[in-house]
Design a protein around this ligand. Structure first.
Ligand code: HEM
Length: 492
Protein backbone atom coordinates (compact mmCIF):
# COMPACT_ATOMS: atom_id res chain seq x y z
CA UNK A 1 0.00 0.00 0.00
CA UNK A 2 2.81 2.35 0.97
CA UNK A 3 4.59 1.60 -2.33
CA UNK A 4 1.39 2.33 -4.30
CA UNK A 5 0.93 5.64 -2.52
CA UNK A 6 4.55 6.68 -3.14
CA UNK A 7 4.22 5.67 -6.80
CA UNK A 8 0.98 7.64 -7.13
CA UNK A 9 2.63 10.72 -5.62
CA UNK A 10 5.61 10.35 -7.99
CA UNK A 11 3.31 9.95 -11.02
CA UNK A 12 1.26 12.96 -9.87
CA UNK A 13 4.37 15.12 -9.43
CA UNK A 14 5.67 14.01 -12.84
CA UNK A 15 2.37 14.85 -14.52
CA UNK A 16 2.30 18.22 -12.80
CA UNK A 17 5.85 18.95 -13.96
CA UNK A 18 4.97 17.88 -17.53
CA UNK A 19 1.86 20.10 -17.51
CA UNK A 20 3.81 23.06 -16.14
CA UNK A 21 6.57 22.59 -18.78
CA UNK A 22 3.98 22.38 -21.56
CA UNK A 23 2.27 25.51 -20.22
CA UNK A 24 5.59 27.30 -20.06
CA UNK A 25 6.36 26.31 -23.69
CA UNK A 26 2.93 27.48 -24.76
CA UNK A 27 3.55 30.79 -23.03
CA UNK A 28 6.89 31.29 -24.72
CA UNK A 29 5.37 30.99 -28.20
CA UNK A 30 3.11 33.97 -27.53
CA UNK A 31 -0.51 32.88 -27.71
CA UNK A 32 -1.76 36.35 -28.68
CA UNK A 33 -3.27 36.02 -32.17
CA UNK A 34 -2.16 38.20 -35.05
CA UNK A 35 -1.14 38.21 -38.70
CA UNK A 36 1.84 36.06 -39.71
CA UNK A 37 4.81 38.32 -40.36
CA UNK A 38 6.69 38.34 -43.67
CA UNK A 39 10.47 38.08 -43.59
CA UNK A 40 12.27 41.41 -43.07
CA UNK A 41 9.25 43.75 -43.10
CA UNK A 42 7.06 41.81 -40.69
CA UNK A 43 3.50 43.09 -41.16
CA UNK A 44 4.33 46.66 -42.16
CA UNK A 45 2.65 46.09 -45.53
CA UNK A 46 -0.72 45.72 -43.77
CA UNK A 47 -0.47 49.25 -42.38
CA UNK A 48 0.22 50.67 -45.84
CA UNK A 49 -3.27 49.63 -46.96
CA UNK A 50 -4.89 52.35 -44.78
CA UNK A 51 -4.68 56.14 -44.48
CA UNK A 52 -3.34 55.87 -40.92
CA UNK A 53 -1.78 52.96 -39.01
CA UNK A 54 -4.56 53.27 -36.44
CA UNK A 55 -7.23 52.59 -39.09
CA UNK A 56 -5.26 49.46 -39.93
CA UNK A 57 -5.19 48.48 -36.25
CA UNK A 58 -8.97 48.88 -36.00
CA UNK A 59 -9.47 46.76 -39.13
CA UNK A 60 -7.12 44.06 -37.82
CA UNK A 61 -8.89 44.02 -34.44
CA UNK A 62 -12.06 42.93 -36.28
CA UNK A 63 -10.15 39.83 -37.43
CA UNK A 64 -7.92 39.03 -34.45
CA UNK A 65 -9.77 40.54 -31.49
CA UNK A 66 -9.26 43.43 -29.09
CA UNK A 67 -5.68 42.42 -28.34
CA UNK A 68 -3.48 41.16 -31.16
CA UNK A 69 0.19 40.82 -31.89
CA UNK A 70 1.90 42.25 -34.95
CA UNK A 71 5.53 42.34 -36.00
CA UNK A 72 6.83 45.65 -37.39
CA UNK A 73 10.06 44.95 -39.20
CA UNK A 74 11.48 42.65 -36.57
CA UNK A 75 9.99 44.44 -33.55
CA UNK A 76 7.35 42.45 -31.68
CA UNK A 77 4.32 44.65 -31.00
CA UNK A 78 0.94 44.28 -29.41
CA UNK A 79 -2.09 46.42 -30.17
CA UNK A 80 -4.79 46.91 -27.54
CA UNK A 81 -8.15 48.12 -28.72
CA UNK A 82 -10.62 48.55 -25.91
CA UNK A 83 -10.79 50.79 -22.85
CA UNK A 84 -10.32 48.01 -20.29
CA UNK A 85 -7.15 46.77 -22.00
CA UNK A 86 -5.84 50.31 -22.43
CA UNK A 87 -6.43 51.01 -18.72
CA UNK A 88 -4.60 47.81 -17.80
CA UNK A 89 -1.53 48.89 -19.80
CA UNK A 90 -1.53 52.53 -18.72
CA UNK A 91 -2.76 52.32 -15.13
CA UNK A 92 -2.83 48.86 -13.51
CA UNK A 93 0.44 47.77 -15.13
CA UNK A 94 1.78 51.25 -15.92
CA UNK A 95 5.03 50.32 -14.14
CA UNK A 96 5.63 47.40 -16.52
CA UNK A 97 4.98 49.48 -19.63
CA UNK A 98 7.03 52.61 -18.88
CA UNK A 99 9.41 52.34 -21.86
CA UNK A 100 9.30 54.12 -25.21
CA UNK A 101 10.27 53.02 -28.73
CA UNK A 102 13.93 53.21 -29.60
CA UNK A 103 13.56 55.03 -32.94
CA UNK A 104 16.71 56.56 -34.42
CA UNK A 105 14.76 59.76 -35.25
CA UNK A 106 14.08 60.28 -31.56
CA UNK A 107 17.80 60.05 -30.75
CA UNK A 108 18.60 62.58 -33.50
CA UNK A 109 16.14 65.10 -32.08
CA UNK A 110 17.53 64.89 -28.56
CA UNK A 111 21.29 65.23 -28.76
CA UNK A 112 21.89 61.58 -29.68
CA UNK A 113 19.94 60.16 -26.73
CA UNK A 114 16.14 60.02 -26.63
CA UNK A 115 16.31 59.67 -22.83
CA UNK A 116 17.05 63.41 -22.81
CA UNK A 117 13.44 63.92 -23.88
CA UNK A 118 10.57 63.91 -21.39
CA UNK A 119 8.06 62.32 -23.72
CA UNK A 120 10.32 59.85 -25.51
CA UNK A 121 12.49 58.56 -22.66
CA UNK A 122 12.09 55.31 -20.77
CA UNK A 123 10.65 55.62 -17.27
CA UNK A 124 13.34 56.27 -14.64
CA UNK A 125 13.89 57.98 -11.30
CA UNK A 126 15.20 60.97 -13.26
CA UNK A 127 11.94 61.12 -15.23
CA UNK A 128 9.97 61.12 -11.97
CA UNK A 129 12.03 64.09 -10.74
CA UNK A 130 11.67 65.95 -14.05
CA UNK A 131 7.90 65.47 -14.04
CA UNK A 132 7.63 66.70 -10.47
CA UNK A 133 9.62 69.90 -11.19
CA UNK A 134 7.39 70.57 -14.17
CA UNK A 135 4.09 69.87 -12.43
CA UNK A 136 3.79 73.20 -10.56
CA UNK A 137 4.35 75.20 -13.72
CA UNK A 138 2.78 73.05 -16.40
CA UNK A 139 -0.26 71.73 -14.52
CA UNK A 140 -1.45 74.82 -12.59
CA UNK A 141 -4.56 74.30 -10.47
CA UNK A 142 -7.54 76.57 -11.14
CA UNK A 143 -7.27 78.40 -7.81
CA UNK A 144 -3.45 78.64 -7.72
CA UNK A 145 -1.16 81.63 -8.18
CA UNK A 146 0.29 79.84 -11.18
CA UNK A 147 -3.12 79.77 -12.86
CA UNK A 148 -3.43 83.52 -12.32
CA UNK A 149 0.05 83.92 -13.84
CA UNK A 150 -0.94 81.85 -16.87
CA UNK A 151 -3.99 84.05 -17.25
CA UNK A 152 -1.95 87.25 -17.04
CA UNK A 153 0.63 86.24 -19.66
CA UNK A 154 -2.08 84.88 -21.93
CA UNK A 155 -4.18 88.03 -21.69
CA UNK A 156 -1.15 90.30 -22.18
CA UNK A 157 -0.16 88.52 -25.37
CA UNK A 158 -3.65 88.71 -26.90
CA UNK A 159 -3.24 92.39 -27.69
CA UNK A 160 0.04 91.82 -29.57
CA UNK A 161 -1.53 88.83 -31.33
CA UNK A 162 -4.48 90.91 -32.51
CA UNK A 163 -2.06 93.63 -33.61
CA UNK A 164 -0.27 91.10 -35.82
CA UNK A 165 -3.53 89.83 -37.32
CA UNK A 166 -4.54 93.39 -38.17
CA UNK A 167 -1.50 93.60 -40.45
CA UNK A 168 -3.01 90.96 -42.75
CA UNK A 169 -5.07 92.13 -45.74
CA UNK A 170 -8.77 91.55 -45.06
CA UNK A 171 -10.92 89.26 -47.21
CA UNK A 172 -7.88 87.58 -48.77
CA UNK A 173 -6.51 84.10 -47.98
CA UNK A 174 -3.66 84.54 -45.51
CA UNK A 175 -1.30 82.18 -43.69
CA UNK A 176 -2.06 82.82 -40.02
CA UNK A 177 -0.29 79.74 -38.64
CA UNK A 178 3.08 81.48 -38.00
CA UNK A 179 1.28 84.24 -36.06
CA UNK A 180 -0.79 81.76 -34.04
CA UNK A 181 2.38 79.82 -33.22
CA UNK A 182 4.23 83.06 -32.42
CA UNK A 183 1.49 84.02 -29.95
CA UNK A 184 1.61 80.57 -28.31
CA UNK A 185 5.42 80.72 -28.15
CA UNK A 186 5.33 84.15 -26.51
CA UNK A 187 2.75 82.99 -23.97
CA UNK A 188 5.04 80.09 -23.07
CA UNK A 189 8.17 82.27 -23.04
CA UNK A 190 6.59 84.82 -20.73
CA UNK A 191 5.22 82.19 -18.43
CA UNK A 192 8.27 79.90 -18.27
CA UNK A 193 11.13 82.31 -19.00
CA UNK A 194 9.76 85.81 -18.15
CA UNK A 195 10.56 87.11 -21.61
CA UNK A 196 8.93 87.53 -25.01
CA UNK A 197 10.08 88.33 -28.53
CA UNK A 198 8.92 90.52 -31.38
CA UNK A 199 6.94 88.72 -34.08
CA UNK A 200 9.36 90.36 -36.54
CA UNK A 201 12.50 88.98 -34.82
CA UNK A 202 13.96 86.73 -37.47
CA UNK A 203 15.70 84.36 -35.05
CA UNK A 204 12.49 84.02 -33.03
CA UNK A 205 10.56 83.29 -36.23
CA UNK A 206 13.07 80.58 -37.10
CA UNK A 207 12.84 79.11 -33.60
CA UNK A 208 9.05 78.89 -33.87
CA UNK A 209 9.34 77.29 -37.31
CA UNK A 210 11.95 74.76 -36.13
CA UNK A 211 9.77 73.70 -33.21
CA UNK A 212 6.81 73.35 -35.58
CA UNK A 213 8.84 71.22 -38.00
CA UNK A 214 9.81 68.97 -35.10
CA UNK A 215 6.23 68.73 -33.88
CA UNK A 216 5.08 67.65 -37.36
CA UNK A 217 8.02 65.25 -37.55
CA UNK A 218 7.30 63.41 -34.29
CA UNK A 219 3.69 63.00 -35.37
CA UNK A 220 4.74 61.08 -38.50
CA UNK A 221 5.72 57.45 -38.85
CA UNK A 222 8.52 56.29 -41.15
CA UNK A 223 9.55 52.85 -42.38
CA UNK A 224 13.06 53.51 -41.03
CA UNK A 225 11.65 53.50 -37.48
CA UNK A 226 11.21 49.73 -37.82
CA UNK A 227 13.72 49.00 -40.57
CA UNK A 228 16.89 50.66 -39.28
CA UNK A 229 18.96 49.24 -42.17
CA UNK A 230 17.21 51.90 -44.33
CA UNK A 231 19.11 54.53 -42.34
CA UNK A 232 21.70 55.42 -45.02
CA UNK A 233 18.79 56.44 -47.28
CA UNK A 234 17.54 58.82 -44.59
CA UNK A 235 20.87 60.44 -43.72
CA UNK A 236 19.88 63.84 -45.17
CA UNK A 237 16.61 63.77 -43.25
CA UNK A 238 18.34 62.78 -40.01
CA UNK A 239 20.86 65.61 -40.40
CA UNK A 240 17.97 68.04 -40.84
CA UNK A 241 16.48 66.87 -37.51
CA UNK A 242 19.80 67.31 -35.71
CA UNK A 243 20.21 70.78 -37.20
CA UNK A 244 16.75 71.96 -36.03
CA UNK A 245 17.60 70.73 -32.54
CA UNK A 246 21.01 72.44 -32.58
CA UNK A 247 19.54 75.77 -33.77
CA UNK A 248 16.89 75.66 -31.03
CA UNK A 249 19.58 75.02 -28.42
CA UNK A 250 21.64 77.98 -29.62
CA UNK A 251 18.67 80.37 -29.36
CA UNK A 252 17.58 79.15 -25.93
CA UNK A 253 21.05 79.40 -24.42
CA UNK A 254 21.89 82.80 -25.90
CA UNK A 255 18.53 84.56 -25.66
CA UNK A 256 16.99 83.04 -22.53
CA UNK A 257 19.20 81.00 -20.23
CA UNK A 258 22.29 83.23 -20.14
CA UNK A 259 20.33 86.17 -18.79
CA UNK A 260 18.72 83.97 -16.13
CA UNK A 261 22.11 82.69 -15.00
CA UNK A 262 23.42 86.27 -14.77
CA UNK A 263 20.53 87.49 -12.64
CA UNK A 264 19.48 84.45 -10.62
CA UNK A 265 19.29 84.78 -6.83
CA UNK A 266 19.60 81.23 -5.50
CA UNK A 267 18.21 82.29 -2.09
CA UNK A 268 15.02 83.85 -3.44
CA UNK A 269 11.94 81.96 -4.66
CA UNK A 270 12.22 81.08 -8.38
CA UNK A 271 10.92 83.78 -10.69
CA UNK A 272 9.76 81.22 -13.24
CA UNK A 273 10.24 77.65 -14.53
CA UNK A 274 13.72 78.46 -15.90
CA UNK A 275 14.85 79.61 -12.43
CA UNK A 276 13.27 76.54 -10.84
CA UNK A 277 15.29 74.28 -13.15
CA UNK A 278 18.56 76.15 -12.51
CA UNK A 279 18.01 76.01 -8.75
CA UNK A 280 17.24 72.31 -8.97
CA UNK A 281 20.46 71.75 -10.87
CA UNK A 282 22.40 73.20 -7.98
CA UNK A 283 20.50 71.34 -5.27
CA UNK A 284 20.12 67.86 -6.79
CA UNK A 285 23.37 65.95 -7.44
CA UNK A 286 21.51 63.62 -9.82
CA UNK A 287 20.53 66.45 -12.17
CA UNK A 288 22.92 67.45 -14.94
CA UNK A 289 23.09 70.52 -17.16
CA UNK A 290 21.82 68.52 -20.17
CA UNK A 291 18.79 67.35 -18.17
CA UNK A 292 17.57 70.81 -17.29
CA UNK A 293 18.23 72.35 -20.70
CA UNK A 294 16.41 69.57 -22.53
CA UNK A 295 13.54 69.86 -20.03
CA UNK A 296 13.25 73.59 -20.65
CA UNK A 297 13.32 73.05 -24.43
CA UNK A 298 10.74 70.28 -24.20
CA UNK A 299 8.31 72.50 -22.35
CA UNK A 300 8.87 75.60 -24.43
CA UNK A 301 8.28 73.32 -27.43
CA UNK A 302 4.84 72.47 -26.01
CA UNK A 303 3.60 75.72 -27.58
CA UNK A 304 3.70 74.02 -31.02
CA UNK A 305 1.18 71.42 -29.87
CA UNK A 306 -1.20 74.21 -28.82
CA UNK A 307 -0.69 76.26 -32.00
CA UNK A 308 -1.41 73.19 -34.11
CA UNK A 309 -4.49 72.37 -32.06
CA UNK A 310 -5.76 75.95 -32.54
CA UNK A 311 -5.34 75.52 -36.31
CA UNK A 312 -7.32 72.28 -36.14
CA UNK A 313 -10.10 73.98 -34.20
CA UNK A 314 -10.16 76.76 -36.80
CA UNK A 315 -10.41 74.12 -39.54
CA UNK A 316 -13.67 72.92 -37.91
CA UNK A 317 -14.85 76.47 -37.39
CA UNK A 318 -14.62 77.23 -41.13
CA UNK A 319 -16.12 73.88 -42.06
CA UNK A 320 -19.11 74.26 -39.72
CA UNK A 321 -20.28 77.90 -39.57
CA UNK A 322 -22.84 76.97 -36.86
CA UNK A 323 -19.88 76.14 -34.57
CA UNK A 324 -18.29 79.56 -35.20
CA UNK A 325 -21.62 81.26 -34.54
CA UNK A 326 -22.10 79.54 -31.20
CA UNK A 327 -18.59 80.38 -30.01
CA UNK A 328 -19.20 83.99 -31.04
CA UNK A 329 -22.50 84.05 -29.13
CA UNK A 330 -20.74 82.80 -26.01
CA UNK A 331 -17.81 85.19 -26.22
CA UNK A 332 -20.05 88.20 -27.01
CA UNK A 333 -22.30 87.30 -24.13
CA UNK A 334 -19.45 86.99 -21.64
CA UNK A 335 -17.48 90.08 -22.72
CA UNK A 336 -20.38 92.22 -23.98
CA UNK A 337 -17.89 93.29 -26.68
CA UNK A 338 -16.10 95.43 -24.10
CA UNK A 339 -12.99 93.39 -23.30
CA UNK A 340 -10.92 90.41 -24.35
CA UNK A 341 -11.85 87.04 -22.98
CA UNK A 342 -9.73 85.58 -20.17
CA UNK A 343 -9.18 82.15 -18.67
CA UNK A 344 -11.62 82.72 -15.82
CA UNK A 345 -14.38 83.05 -18.46
CA UNK A 346 -13.94 79.40 -19.42
CA UNK A 347 -16.57 78.19 -16.96
CA UNK A 348 -19.14 80.50 -18.56
CA UNK A 349 -18.31 79.32 -22.11
CA UNK A 350 -18.93 75.54 -22.05
CA UNK A 351 -19.71 75.27 -25.76
CA UNK A 352 -16.32 76.74 -26.66
CA UNK A 353 -14.63 74.23 -24.36
CA UNK A 354 -16.72 71.44 -25.89
CA UNK A 355 -15.39 72.41 -29.35
CA UNK A 356 -11.87 71.78 -28.06
CA UNK A 357 -12.82 68.29 -26.81
CA UNK A 358 -14.66 67.43 -30.01
CA UNK A 359 -11.65 68.53 -32.07
CA UNK A 360 -9.40 66.31 -29.97
CA UNK A 361 -11.83 63.40 -30.29
CA UNK A 362 -12.11 63.70 -34.07
CA UNK A 363 -8.40 64.23 -34.64
CA UNK A 364 -7.66 61.39 -32.27
CA UNK A 365 -4.03 62.05 -31.73
CA UNK A 366 -2.27 58.76 -31.07
CA UNK A 367 -0.87 58.06 -27.62
CA UNK A 368 2.92 57.67 -27.87
CA UNK A 369 3.59 53.90 -27.96
CA UNK A 370 4.70 52.33 -24.68
CA UNK A 371 7.25 49.51 -24.38
CA UNK A 372 7.29 46.64 -21.83
CA UNK A 373 10.33 47.06 -19.60
CA UNK A 374 9.89 43.62 -18.03
CA UNK A 375 8.25 40.28 -18.89
CA UNK A 376 4.60 40.84 -17.99
CA UNK A 377 1.10 40.13 -19.20
CA UNK A 378 -2.07 41.77 -20.44
CA UNK A 379 -5.32 40.06 -19.40
CA UNK A 380 -3.36 36.88 -18.76
CA UNK A 381 -1.55 36.87 -22.13
CA UNK A 382 2.23 36.92 -21.74
CA UNK A 383 4.12 39.96 -23.02
CA UNK A 384 7.88 39.78 -23.41
CA UNK A 385 10.18 42.57 -22.27
CA UNK A 386 10.86 44.90 -25.22
CA UNK A 387 7.42 44.42 -26.79
CA UNK A 388 6.03 47.70 -28.14
CA UNK A 389 2.42 48.41 -27.20
CA UNK A 390 0.10 50.54 -29.34
CA UNK A 391 -2.92 51.94 -27.52
CA UNK A 392 -5.64 52.28 -30.13
CA UNK A 393 -7.36 55.41 -28.88
CA UNK A 394 -8.35 56.08 -32.50
CA UNK A 395 -10.88 53.28 -32.05
CA UNK A 396 -11.75 54.56 -28.58
CA UNK A 397 -12.58 57.99 -30.03
CA UNK A 398 -14.28 57.03 -33.25
CA UNK A 399 -16.11 53.78 -32.61
CA UNK A 400 -19.91 53.51 -32.54
CA UNK A 401 -19.38 51.28 -29.49
CA UNK A 402 -18.48 54.41 -27.49
CA UNK A 403 -20.15 57.34 -29.30
CA UNK A 404 -23.44 58.23 -31.03
CA UNK A 405 -22.82 59.11 -34.66
CA UNK A 406 -19.05 59.20 -34.11
CA UNK A 407 -18.33 60.46 -37.63
CA UNK A 408 -20.20 63.73 -36.97
CA UNK A 409 -18.54 66.85 -35.52
CA UNK A 410 -20.92 67.51 -32.60
CA UNK A 411 -19.44 69.51 -29.69
CA UNK A 412 -22.84 69.14 -27.97
CA UNK A 413 -21.94 65.54 -27.13
CA UNK A 414 -19.66 66.98 -24.43
CA UNK A 415 -22.48 69.04 -22.85
CA UNK A 416 -24.91 67.78 -20.22
CA UNK A 417 -28.62 68.59 -20.35
CA UNK A 418 -27.90 71.53 -18.02
CA UNK A 419 -25.17 72.82 -20.34
CA UNK A 420 -22.12 71.75 -18.33
CA UNK A 421 -19.06 70.14 -19.89
CA UNK A 422 -19.02 66.36 -19.37
CA UNK A 423 -16.36 63.98 -20.61
CA UNK A 424 -16.90 60.22 -20.61
CA UNK A 425 -14.27 58.18 -18.75
CA UNK A 426 -13.16 56.45 -21.95
CA UNK A 427 -12.19 59.79 -23.54
CA UNK A 428 -8.46 60.14 -22.81
CA UNK A 429 -6.91 62.50 -25.40
CA UNK A 430 -4.03 63.22 -23.00
CA UNK A 431 -3.68 59.55 -22.06
CA UNK A 432 -3.81 58.42 -18.44
CA UNK A 433 -1.56 56.80 -15.84
CA UNK A 434 1.99 57.63 -14.82
CA UNK A 435 3.03 59.00 -18.23
CA UNK A 436 -0.06 61.10 -18.80
CA UNK A 437 0.46 64.47 -20.55
CA UNK A 438 1.83 67.14 -18.22
CA UNK A 439 0.77 70.05 -20.41
CA UNK A 440 -2.96 69.43 -20.60
CA UNK A 441 -4.05 72.37 -18.42
CA UNK A 442 -1.92 74.78 -20.44
CA UNK A 443 -3.47 73.35 -23.61
CA UNK A 444 -6.97 74.04 -22.32
CA UNK A 445 -6.17 77.56 -21.09
CA UNK A 446 -4.19 78.95 -24.01
CA UNK A 447 -6.17 77.36 -26.85
CA UNK A 448 -9.37 78.64 -25.22
CA UNK A 449 -8.35 82.31 -25.14
CA UNK A 450 -6.76 82.26 -28.60
CA UNK A 451 -9.74 80.69 -30.38
CA UNK A 452 -12.28 82.84 -28.50
CA UNK A 453 -10.42 86.06 -29.18
CA UNK A 454 -9.97 85.26 -32.86
CA UNK A 455 -13.69 84.61 -33.27
CA UNK A 456 -14.63 87.57 -31.13
CA UNK A 457 -12.85 89.80 -33.63
CA UNK A 458 -13.14 87.99 -36.96
CA UNK A 459 -15.43 85.91 -39.09
CA UNK A 460 -13.31 83.18 -40.63
CA UNK A 461 -13.65 81.34 -43.89
CA UNK A 462 -11.46 79.22 -46.13
CA UNK A 463 -10.55 79.84 -49.75
CA UNK A 464 -10.70 76.12 -50.51
CA UNK A 465 -11.63 72.90 -48.74
CA UNK A 466 -9.54 72.30 -45.62
CA UNK A 467 -8.43 68.68 -45.31
CA UNK A 468 -6.81 67.31 -42.17
CA UNK A 469 -4.82 64.13 -41.76
CA UNK A 470 -6.86 61.67 -39.67
CA UNK A 471 -5.34 60.34 -36.46
CA UNK A 472 -2.99 63.28 -36.16
CA UNK A 473 -3.07 66.39 -33.99
CA UNK A 474 -0.54 68.23 -36.16
CA UNK A 475 -1.10 70.20 -39.35
CA UNK A 476 1.84 70.57 -41.76
CA UNK A 477 4.13 73.57 -41.10
CA UNK A 478 2.83 75.10 -44.37
CA UNK A 479 -0.89 74.52 -44.10
CA UNK A 480 -4.26 75.90 -45.18
CA UNK A 481 -4.93 79.63 -45.48
CA UNK A 482 -7.86 81.47 -43.96
CA UNK A 483 -9.83 84.58 -44.90
CA UNK A 484 -10.23 87.05 -42.01
CA UNK A 485 -13.22 89.39 -42.05
CA UNK A 486 -13.27 91.86 -39.11
CA UNK A 487 -16.45 91.85 -37.01
CA UNK A 488 -16.03 95.52 -36.08
CA UNK A 489 -16.05 94.88 -32.38
CA UNK A 490 -13.48 96.81 -30.39
CA UNK A 491 -12.91 95.06 -27.10
CA UNK A 492 -10.61 97.72 -25.69
C1 HEM B 1 -2.87 69.26 -28.30
C2 HEM B 1 -2.08 69.24 -27.28
C3 HEM B 1 -1.55 68.01 -26.62
C4 HEM B 1 -1.99 66.71 -26.69
C5 HEM B 1 -3.18 66.14 -27.46
C6 HEM B 1 -1.10 65.93 -25.87
C7 HEM B 1 -1.21 64.56 -25.67
C8 HEM B 1 -0.25 63.80 -25.04
C9 HEM B 1 -0.24 62.36 -25.01
C10 HEM B 1 -1.31 61.47 -25.62
C11 HEM B 1 0.87 61.98 -24.34
C12 HEM B 1 1.36 60.54 -24.11
C13 HEM B 1 1.05 59.99 -22.75
C14 HEM B 1 1.37 58.52 -22.68
O1 HEM B 1 2.28 58.06 -23.34
O2 HEM B 1 0.70 57.78 -21.95
C15 HEM B 1 1.57 63.18 -23.94
C16 HEM B 1 2.75 63.19 -23.21
C17 HEM B 1 3.38 64.34 -22.82
N1 HEM B 1 2.97 65.63 -23.01
FE1 HEM B 1 1.37 66.20 -24.06
N2 HEM B 1 -0.16 66.76 -25.32
C18 HEM B 1 -0.41 68.04 -25.74
C19 HEM B 1 0.29 69.17 -25.37
C20 HEM B 1 1.32 69.23 -24.48
C21 HEM B 1 1.96 70.44 -24.00
C22 HEM B 1 1.53 71.85 -24.35
C23 HEM B 1 2.97 70.06 -23.16
C24 HEM B 1 3.94 70.90 -22.37
C25 HEM B 1 3.70 72.08 -21.92
C26 HEM B 1 2.97 68.61 -23.13
C27 HEM B 1 3.85 67.84 -22.41
C28 HEM B 1 3.89 66.46 -22.44
C29 HEM B 1 4.95 65.68 -21.84
C30 HEM B 1 6.18 66.21 -21.12
C31 HEM B 1 4.64 64.34 -22.08
C32 HEM B 1 5.44 63.13 -21.68
C33 HEM B 1 5.06 62.61 -20.34
C34 HEM B 1 5.82 61.33 -20.02
O3 HEM B 1 6.08 60.56 -20.95
O4 HEM B 1 6.15 61.09 -18.85
N3 HEM B 1 1.95 68.15 -23.93
N4 HEM B 1 0.87 64.28 -24.37
Amino acid sequence: MFVVTVLSVIVFVLMLTLWATKRQKKKSINPIPGPDPLPVIGSLHLLGEHETPFEAFTALSKIYGDIFSITMGSTPCVVVNNFDLIKEVLITKGGDFGGRPDFMRFHKLFGGNRNNSLALCDWSVLQKTRRSIARTYCSPRFTSLQYAAVNTVGSNELEAFMGELQKFPVNKPVDIKPVVLGACANMFMQYMCSTRFSYEDKDFKKLVRDFDEIFWEINQGYAVDFLPWLLPMYSKHMNKLSQWAADIREFILARIVQDHINTLDYHAPPRDFTDALLIHLQEDPNMEWQHIIFELEDFIGGHSAIGNLVMMILASVVKYPRVAKKIQEEVDNVTQGKRYVNMFDKAAMPYTEAVLWETLRKSSSPIVPHVATTDTEIQGSPIKRGTMVFLNNYDLNLSAQYWDEPEKFMPERFLSSTGNVVKPAHFIPFSTGKRTCIGQRLVQCFSFIIVSTLLQNYNLSAASEVKLKPGCVAVPPDCFKLILTPRHINPN
